[in-house]
Structures are given as structure tokens and as C-alpha cells.
Ligand binder design. Structure first.
Ligand SMILES: *[C@@H]1O[C@H](CO)[C@@H](O)[C@H](O)[C@H]1NC(C)=O
Ligand SMILES: *[C@@H]1O[C@H](CO)[C@@H](O)[C@H](O)[C@H]1NC(C)=O
Ligand SMILES: *[C@@H]1O[C@H](CO)[C@@H](O)[C@H](O)[C@H]1NC(C)=O
Ligand SMILES: *[C@@H]1O[C@H](CO)[C@@H](O)[C@H](O)[C@H]1NC(C)=O
Length: 220
């Protein structure tokens, strides 16, 4: 009797072990197939990073008002108009891109703490594969009384830069894209781009000698 019971117990054990082996094998097979699909997709599509570069930047009418007065504004205020060109390079052979809601740009100062100006490129556009497109934007300071009052330290630094003839800013680009492969669009991705430092000469004659600034790209 005890032997037979042991036999049945061993039999159940063996069946369970077989089922576990089968599940493990199925999971491994699924992982291998998923890996192969990803590998084939990667080999066919060969995704390459999108590159953003500030290729020209100029500023006009930059002035710091020491004591800006008016309804709702007091203290130093800044007023400037920036002219920016941003080259967007899509080096992919099989991926095109849809910029759905255009592109927003911000010009920041003082370790990105102070927004000097903002601009938008609308409407959205489609960028074909293997294409470099240059978009141009004008970024303006918010009109008073909206502008953030410029802290005295930044006002002082801006005056210093004006005297030195060069302004060092960061340009932030915010946009959203869908990647299109073989007619199928991906989900919506938020793209945050930081270009730093963008050094702008204040003398108009030096505008042509601007050195392009490559940007850091974060896609999420
Ligand atoms: C890139 O795409 C834009 C928009 O479709 C087009 O106007 C431009 O000519 C293209 N540039 C190149 C270099 O193919
Ligand atoms: C800012 O500068 C522009 C261009 O010079 C001017 O038209 C505008 O009135 C100025 N805004 C303020 C609030 O000073
Ligand atoms: C840009 O300007 C900043 C501040 O003036 C300076 O520290 C930096 O070296 C400059 N960068 C380039 C690339 O000229
Ligand atoms: C990207 O930029 C947007 C708008 O400026 C901001 O709300 C968001 O937090 C940023 N995302 C990342 C990952 O930095």
C-alpha cells in the first residue's frame, strides 16, 4: 500500500513538472520570438536619432528698463525680440515624422531661470524621411504687465552683457511628434530640446559668424 501511494504521488509530481517545463518552454519561445521581431524591425528600420541645431540667432531691440512703470509692472523689465533658426534633421530612411501642434520655443537667461522671450511655429508639419528642415521663429518678450519682473541680479547681468556686446542664453524647444513607419503612425511623443549655451553677438555685423549650437534631445 505505501509503495503504491508513493507511486501515485511520484506520478502527480512528474505531471506537474512536465506542465512547468512546458510553460517555461512556451515563455522562452515567446521571448525568443519577440526578440527576433524586435531585431528584424531594428534591422529593417534602423532608427537613428533626430538632431536639432540652432543655426542662427539674433536679437533686436534688447533693452532693460531699470524701473518699468505702468499698470501692474514695477521694477526692472526686459524687452527683446529674438530671431531664431532651428535645423531639424531626420536622417532615417524609413521613418517620417508628423509635428502635430507645431513647435514652441523659449529663450531663457541666467541658468534657465528667467524667460526672456517666447515664440511659436504653427501649424504642425510633416517631415519626410531623410530630410533636413529649417524652421524660423520670432520670439518676443511678453508685453507688460505680463512679464516676470526681472530680479535685480539678472537686470545687472543683462546690462553687463549689453556693455560686453554678447548675450548668452539657453533655447528650449518643446514639441510633440508621431513617428510614421510604413504608413503606420506611432503614439504621440513629447519632445523636449535644450540648446545651451546660445551665445548671440549684439553687434549686427557679427550676425553671420554665428556658430551653430547642437541641442540635447529628450523624447518621452
Ligand atoms: C524637406 O521637407 C520639406 C517639407 O516637405 C521640403 O519642403 C524640403 O524641400 C525637404 N528638404 C530636402 C533637403 O529634401
Ligand atoms: C518692446 O519693443 C518693441 C520693439 O521695439 C516695441 O514695439 C514694444 O512697444 C516694446 N514693449 C514694451 C512693453 O516696451
Ligand atoms: C558662451 O558664453 C558664456 C558666458 O559668457 C561662456 O562662458 C561660454 O564659454 C560661451 N560659449 C561659447 C561656445 O562661446
Ligand atoms: C517637456 O516640456 C514640457 C513643456 O515645457 C514640460 O511640461 C515637461 O515636463 C517636459 N518633460 C520632460 C521629460 O522634461
Amino acid at each position: 500500500m505505501p509503495t503504491r501511494r508513493r507511486g501515485i504521488a511520484e506520478g502527480g509530481h512528474a505531471t506537474r513538472a512536465a506542465v512547468v517545463r512546458c510553460i517555461v518552454a512556451a515563455i522562452l519561445a515567446a521571448i525568443v520570438v519577440a526578440g527576433l521581431v524586435a531585431l528584424v524591425f531594428w534591422l529593417v528600420v534602423r532608427p537613428k536619432p533626430i538632431e536639432y541645431t540652432v543655426t542662427s540667432a539674433a536679437v533686436r531691440h534688447l533693452n532693460v528698463t531699470p524701473l518699468h512703470s505702468g499698470p501692474g509692472c514695477s521694477g526692472p523689465a526686459v524687452n527683446a525680440t529674438f530671431y531664431l533658426a532651428l535645423a531639424i534633421d531626420n536622417p532615417n530612411r524609413r521613418i517620417s515624422m508628423r509635428y502635430e501642434h507645431g513647435v514652441a520655443l523659449r529663450v531663457l537667461y541666467g541658468g534657465s531661470e528667467l524667460e526672456l522671450a517666447a515664440g511659436y511655429i504653427v501649424p504642425g508639419f510633416h517631415q519626410p524621411h531623410r530630410n533636413e528642415t529649417t524652421v524660423r521663429a520670432v520670439a518676443r518678450s511678453a508685453p507688460c504687465p505680463v512679464p516676470v519682473p526681472v530680479p535685480d541680479l539678472f537686470a545687472w547681468e543683462l546690462e553687463h552683457d549689453l556693455a560686453a556686446g554678447e548675450l548668452s542664453v539657453d533655447v528650449e524647444v518643446s514639441t510633440g511628434v508621431r513617428f510614421i513607419v510604413g504608413g503606420v503612425a506611432s503614439r504621440y511623443y513629447q519632445v523636449n530640446v535644450t540648446c545651451s549655451p546660445v551665445n548671440i553677438s549684439l553687434s549686427p555685423s557679427a550676425a553671420r559668424s554665428f556658430n551653430s549650437v547642437p541641442c540635447d534631445v529628450e523624447i518621452s
